[in-house]
Design a binder for this molecule. Structure first.
Ligand SMILES: [Fe+2]
Length: 335
């Protein structure tokens, strides 16, 4: 136990994660030692009761800085201005409210599993991804703050643990993914599974928006543990990928392997379902977890969530790399 907080682990109903209750308001003290707690918990922390952030949003940035050397400033990283907080540009807005107008994901079809449960596993549940994997180097950690969550049993965030999934991977799949690279696509570049299945031929992109290679088995730079590092439908490249060196396209050998890996990675025993309460902060490690959003009724409910992104320790394989997503003129001007 720390002088600054109390820890309870794992998260309810999950095999990983921890709840961290702070003893002192953030405005008085940003607690130390949280990165170690995050690593010990397998990459997911719930910090409840932080309603003070709603009135003082810069506290979310201060808390984010406790997890890494750089908090992304969305003014300089090709992010739509309508999704950036007007006063605190390190905060990305995830909301169906204008001017953000981001629609929630679709409901799974069918909406429940065959035995009547809330579906978490791919392919019934879609939208699994790790943040900004279409960039090299990819980010380390995201923080997500509930300003206005929607009612329970919808608008959840789901997490699947890539470390546990890799450990449990059958030997034949483990052999197939060794040394393999995935090709991760920026959403909106016309390379999603649905786009390619519809017959669309995507245009080439400027260098800062091109799909990026990432290891399928990523070694965590802090814990040294291997984890599956993958996305699916909307954030892999289904035209040239989804894997480098395997038959491309939505009907190819690569697609079949990705379906098998995502189905394994999102098995219910590797998943945590978070029901949001006002004032919750979730901190997740993108290097070893994937996550997915769920449906809510955007016609009757309004949701406002704030996200920050922490970067700076992606691991040795990215050492010395220029940022794939930042055009050279911006590097000279801003970074
Ligand atoms: Fe995300």
């Amino acid at each position: 136990m720390s002088a600054d907080f109390e820890i309870a682990s794992p998260l309810p109903g999950a095999a990983f994660g921890a709840t961290v209750r702070l003893k002192t308001p953030l405005a008085r003290q940003i607690p130390g030692g949280l990165p170690d707690v995050l690593a010990d918990a397998g990459g997911l922390l719930l910090i409840p009761g932080l309603q003070e952030i709603a009135d003082k949003p810069e506290l979310l940035v201060d808390l984010s800085r406790a997890f890494g050397p750089e908090v992304e400033d969305y003014r300089y990283t090709l992010t739509s201005a309508t999704s950036v907080h007007a006063q605190v540009p390190e905060i990305f807005l995830v909301s169906n409210i204008a001017p953000v107008n981001r629609a929630p994901p679709k409901r799974p079809e069918p909406p429940l599993t065959a035995d009547g449960k809330f579906p978490v596993q791919y392919p019934q549940r879609k939208g699994w991804h790790t943040d900004q994997s279409y960039r090299r180097p990819p980010p380390d950690i995201s923080l997500f703050y509930a300003v206005t969550p929607v009612a329970r049993e919808r608008g959840q965030t789901l997490f699947a643990n890539g470390t546990l999934a890799y450990q449990a991977l059958p030997a034949d799949l483990k052999a197939r993914v060794e040394g393999l690279e995935g090709l991760h696509a920026q959403p909106g570049t016309g390379r999603s599974r649905d786009a390619i299945l519809s017959g669309y031929t995507p245009p080439d992109q400027p260098p800062q928006a091109r799909s990026q290679r990432q290891p399928v088995v990523r070694t965590h730079p802090v814990t040294g543990r291997p984890a599956l590092y993958l996305c699916e439908s909307g954030q892999m490249d289904w035209y040239d990928g989804p894997f480098v060196g395997l038959e491309p396209g939505p009907h190819g050998e690569g697609a079949a392997l990705l379906d098998a890996l995502m189905t394994h990675l999102t098995r219910p025993e590797f998943v945590y379902v978070h029901e949001w309460t006002v004032g919750d902060v979730l901190v997740w490690d993108n290097r070893c977890l994937v996550h997915a959003a769920t449906w809510y009724d955007a016609d009757t409910e309004q949701r406002m969530m704030w996200r920050t992104t922490v970067r700076g320790n992606p691991g040795a394989i990215y050492a010395g790399e220029a940022r794939s997503w930042v055009p050279k003129e911006l590097v000279q001007d801003r970074i």
